[in-house]
Design a protein around this ligand. Structure first.
Ligand code: FE
Length: 356
């Protein structure tokens, strides 16, 4: 039996049936000892093996609701205290901190999670415990067109606001969680005045108004619409692994830079989870969270979306991530929980500098 199982015995308490739960048609209306209700914004085939193994090892059945991040948060708010959710998996620190700020999570005490997940990749600890934990990481990197931009001019995030790059920069919306998390850590490092000046510089350098997702930014660099853009690593890995010739051709036209290697390190974000505020199967929820931090689950959790494991010392073999230069890169050490502190301020800065 794996070590994640040994320290915790599932609760034997039977909780009352909540009338409101009868309205929920897709999850069991009754709290049970051997059940875990999971709300997940992840939807990768490899995750199935990870969930099945948990059930085989513990006897705890997982009922899963898959939805996008916004859908999960809306559902949790609508369900309130009647929510059957035990564990919530979301993507990006900005979304996790937003859910936390809305009171949708509860703090837990787990020595195993505190030991396994680096302090930079989890919520700030309070006397009651910690709410969200990161279970996989992704780096936010720069892609550029080597025909139009020199590598030495895009070695840092700071350089993206240099007038040298005027008319060359493409990004997705400044208010997207991926951008808000990155900007929150940049502002933490540079301070408010320099941080806002940097954001203004990005706006001044734009090739076009922000639009599209990360993959669209990579394709826009390949097509010549932009000279430089920002993306999460797994989108680049996905294009590299694609069976489509046109996707591979995109990656042949661009170069990937892990920014700030000589200084503060590349911004790293997470896919992570927390125990839901009104979890009826709380012990099972903590057990599942600890399982996600086990080396076995870490492999599936990371590889399913071409991400990196959050737990130090766990390695995954992913040729596409290696090909874009992931091995041994220096990650930023600013803790992701600064997003909670800075995100409102960053949004106000974006409004002031006209970053749509
Ligand atoms: Fe994404």
């Amino acid at each position: 039996m794996p070590s994640f199982f040994t320290s915790r015995v599932p609760s034997v308490a039977r909780l009352p049936i909540f009338a409101a739960l009868a309205l929920c048609t897709t999850l069991p209306a009754m709290s049970q000892d051997k059940v875990l209700n999971l709300y997940s914004a992840r939807h990768y085939q490899t995750d199935e093996v990870m969930y099945d193994t948990f059930t085989k090892t513990t006897g705890i059945k997982i009922n899963r609701i898959d939805a996008d991040d916004a859908g999960i948060l809306a559902r949790l708010r609508a369900e309130g205290s009647a929510s059957p959710a035990d564990v919530v998996l979301l993507v990006d620190a900005a979304r996790l901190t937003a859910a936390d700020a809305q009171g949708l999570f509860q703090p837990i005490q787990s020595a195993k999670l505190q030991a396994a997940i680096p302090a930079t990749l989890r919520a700030a600890a309070t006397p009651q415990g910690t709410t969200w934990y990161g279970f996989s990481t992704r780096a936010r990197v720069i892609v550029y067109d080597p025909k139009r931009v020199r590598a030495e001019d895009v070695a840092t995030y700071e350089q993206l606001s240099d007038p040298k790059l005027k008319g060359l920069l493409c990004t997705r919306s400044g208010s997207h969680p991926y951008q808000l998390s990155l900007f929150s850590t940049v502002v933490e490092r540079l301070g408010d005045a320099k941080g806002e000046a940097w954001l203004k510089g990005l706006v001044d350098n734009m090739a076009r108004a922000p639009k599209g997702g990360d993959t669209d930014q990579i394709k826009a660099v390949a097509s010549g619409e932009c000279g430089v853009a920002i993306t999460n690593t797994y989108y680049a890995a996905r294009l590299l692994k694609s069976d489509k010739a046109e996707d591979k051709a995109v990656m042949e036209k661009v170069r990937v830079v892990f920014p700030n290697q000589g200084t503060s390190g590349t911004h790293v974000n997470i896919s992570g989870g927390a125990v839901a505020k009104h979890a009826k199967n709380r012990d099972n929820a903590i057990l599942f969270m600890e399982y996600l931090a086990s080396p076995f689950a870490q492999n599936y959790f990371a590889n399913g979306n071409n991400e990196y494991p959050a737990v130090t010392g766990v390695k995954v073999d992913n040729a596409a991530l290696t090909a874009i230069g992931s091995n041994g890169f220096k990650a930023e050490t600013v803790p992701l929980n600064v997003v909670a502190k800075n995100v409102t301020k960053v949004q106000q800065m974006l409004d002031r500098v006209g970053y749509k």
